[in-house]
Design a binder for this molecule. Structure first.
Ligand code: NAD
Length: 265
């Protein structure tokens, strides 16, 4: 789409909201029309961000005003915003993590009325890593154990991270199994040797770590470590804004960052 597009941000007062507001002011062809915050927030009515965007808790009006909605908030707010976006047939981009399988299914259901793109990680690097994991697991074949280790800042609420699960799903897909059937979270309560099939998840929380993920493919006598380190939260915001530009005017459907980064259009 060549014309300027207007986005509404859900969760505008959060860390990612601040990144989106800061990064959008550096990009051409995209502006923020409304910044949606938690209902009853003291900042309603004020303006935030370098471009002085109106802060509101009126989700309906904010979504109606937008070409695309970008959500980085919390599971309940994400689903409420998705319902609203579906009602107005407004394309919806979300990076909110910690959604249960049932909540992901609900989000997918909204994609029959509006274009919906959900990504556990909007960085270009992690989406390339996901492709490498699938390729690596397929190529390595049997005899390689898969362990995924992730580290994040001390305030992160969900564990393991949505990105770790995203990478785990790529590994499971390469082995033609369902991640839920083979995932082992931590080793507490697990005695004895690990099984060949399992995909292990280990979690570190501390300080201000933006996000680190390593997928280990460990065999007898050798191992591969595929690592991504995020050092600046701006990568997620820029990826989400790029996705929003790609989503403007899109038909209803369920899209991913793979479509944005590796698709034809
Ligand atoms: P945060 O806690 O700093 O911000 C979340 C904001 O959402 C808060 O300001 C909260 O008040 C707001 N909120 C809650 N309910 C709301 C509602 N009903 N309406 C409007 N706003 C509401 O968290 P954060 O670090 O900004 O992360 C937000 C989400 O994005 C988390 O789920 C996080 O894991 C995820 N995240 C995803 C990526 C990615 O690339 N996909 C990257 C970073 C963070």
């Amino acid at each position: 789409m060549d014309r300027e597009i207007f986005v509404t941000i859900i969760g505008a007062e959060g860390r990612m909201g601040a990144e989106l507001l800061a990064n959008v002011s550096l990009m051409e062809g995209i502006s923020v029309t409304d910044a949606v915050v938690r209902p009853g927030s003291e900042s309603v009515g004020s303006v935030i961000g370098p471009e002085g965007v109106r802060v509101t808790d009126d989700m309906d009006t904010a979504v109606e005003n937008a070409d695309v909605v970008i959500d980085f908030s919390a599971p309940e707010a994400c689903l409420a915003a998705a319902e609203c976006a579906a009602r107005f047939e407004t394309p919806f981009v979300s990076g909110t993590t910690g959604l249960s399988e049932a909540q992901i299914a609900e989000l997918k259901g909204r994609s029959s009325d509006a274009a919906v793109l959900w990504a556990a990680n909007f960085s270009v690097g992690v989406n390339v890593l996901e492709q490498l994991v699938e390729l690596g697991v397929k190529a390595a074949g049997e005899g390689f154990d898969i362990e995924i280790c992730e580290a994040h800042h001390r305030r992160k609420v969900d564990a393991p991270s949505g990105t770790a699960l995203f990478l785990g799903r790529a590994a499971a897909r390469a082995r033609d199994v369902d991640l839920d059937d083979v995932a082992v979270h931590g080793r507490e309560g697990h005695t004895g040797a690990r099984s060949d099939e399992e995909i292990g998840f280990q979690v570190i929380r501390g300080g201000s770590i933006v996000g680190e993920h390593t997928v280990y493919l460990a065999a007898e006598g050798e191992r591969i470590e595929l690592t991504h380190r995020a050092t600046d939260r701006g990568i997620f915001a820029r990826g989400a804004l790029r996705a929003a530009q790609w989503m403007a005017g899109r038909h209803p459907g369920w899209y991913s960052m793979k479509d944005v980064l590796f698709g034809d259009s």
